[in-house]
Design a protein around this ligand. Structure first.
Ligand SMILES: Nc1ncnc2c1ncn2[C@@H]1O[C@H](COP(=O)(O)OP(=O)(O)OP(=O)(O)O)[C@@H](O)[C@H]1O
Ligand SMILES: [Mg+2]
Length: 333
């Protein structure tokens, strides 16, 4: 663990009991979130990005989900802790912007009330002071006419507005860690840029550790310090953003980056899901292949072991914090 880690996840596993058998969707994920830094988690749909963070906060259906491993926040273990403990962490320690804002906002409470409650859950604050702060937060996330918006109900706002309200609620508790799950994916490019700027500014002011989950590699290149690439519930490659973008090693990462749209053409970037351009589908989590999970789709198949041995995550030669789980080693830069 580095001295600056505010959240340390170690060997996290999540499996769901399903009618078809045990679905192993997160299979040993390890990372640190550092104060004032952004960790991006990327990978295509179903790779376990959302589940791996929901598991930390006790937000998976109990009885169905089996969570193993460790997650240390503020010197304390989160995995296996009772709901009251985790609820307090969600209110103040770790803020989360969920992928689907409509299911996480309360439809029968005004947005002002929801932000005020988030502020007051974090620290005792007089109602009028909290309301003033709620108005400021709405202004900070770029909502016009914030005072009158306080009295709006979620259904009266557009999708983009609701997403910004979610971000305001997550920030209301002044969290030490902010987990943003596809937080700007539904927003138009201009608003997306505003939100990214806002989060970077708040991060610098409060030294917030940010986990940024996304499909959008263009956004990752702009904001991430460290990048973790997930495939079938495992980390297939990780490194500083520079290392990963300059010298990707894993065939999966190379595929993702090879199909990355031109960054200076945001419209092209939005019209195309770069991760869908790779042929084939990820494996069924109920029947993971015995070797590398990417083997069935891998254009390289570098080694005899690929089909029956899971490649361990190992240091990339010449890299600083660059690790990859592949038997393949590309030549040259
Ligand atoms: N309650 C559940 N019961 C069974 N399987 C589940 C449950 N919730 C999620 N899963 C499965 O877990 C896997 C990982 O899902 P997850 O939502 O983490 O993917 P993701 O990487 O966030 O994808 P996306 O980019 O589409 O958001 C998927 O195969 C999903 O179907
Ligand atoms: Mg998700």
């Amino acid at each position: 663990m580095t001295s600056e880690a505010v959240l340390s996840v170690r060997d996290l596993h999540v499996a769901f009991r399903t009618r078809r058998g045990l679905a192993r969707v997160v299979n040993g994920v390890t990372y640190d979130v550092e104060a004032g830094r952004t960790l991006a988690i990327v990978g295509e749909s179903g790779s376990g990005k959302s589940v791996s963070t929901l598991a930390l906060l006790g937000l998976l259906p109990t009885g169905v989900a089996r969570v193993q491993g460790s997650a240390i926040f503020g010197g304390e273990e989160l995995i296996g802790r009772p709901e009251e403990y985790l609820r307090a962490i969600r209110g103040a320690g770790i803020g989360m912007v969920f992928q689907d804002p409509m299911t996480s906002l309360n439809p029968v409470l005004t947005v002002g009330r929801q932000i005020v409650e988030a502020i007051r859950a974090h620290r005792s604050t007089a109602k009028d002071v909290a309301r003033k702060r709620a108005e400021e937060l709405l202004a900070e996330v770029g909502i016009p006419d914030p005072r009158s918006r306080l009295d709006a109900y979620p259904h009266q706002l557009s999708g983009g507005m609701r997403q910004r309200v979610m971000i305001a609620i997550a920030l209301a508790g002044e969290p030490r860690v902010l987990i943003a799950d596809e937080a700007t994916t539904a927003l138009d490019v201009t608003v997306q840029a505003q939100i990214l700027e806002l989060i970077q500014r708040l991060q610098a002011e409060h030294r917030t550790g940010v986990v940024w989950i996304t499909h959008d590699l263009g956004v990752v290149a702009g904001i991430a310090h460290h990048v973790l690439v997930m495939y079938a519930g495992r980390t297939v490659e990780e490194g500083s953003a520079d290392e990963l973008f300059d010298r990707p090693v894993h065939p999966y990462t190379r595929g993702l980056l090879g199909s990355m749209p031109v960054v200076d053409d945001p419209r092209a970037a939005r019209d195309r899901d770069p991760l869908l351009t790779m042929p084939g589908l990820p494996p069924d989590p109920v029947a993971l292949p015995p070797g590398c999970a990417f083997f069935p789709r891998c254009p390289i198949r570098a080694d005899d072991r690929c089909s029956h041995e899971v490649p361990p995550l190992t240091q990339v030669a010449g890299g600083r914090r660059h690790r990859a789980a592949t038997f393949y080693s590309p030549e040259g830069p």
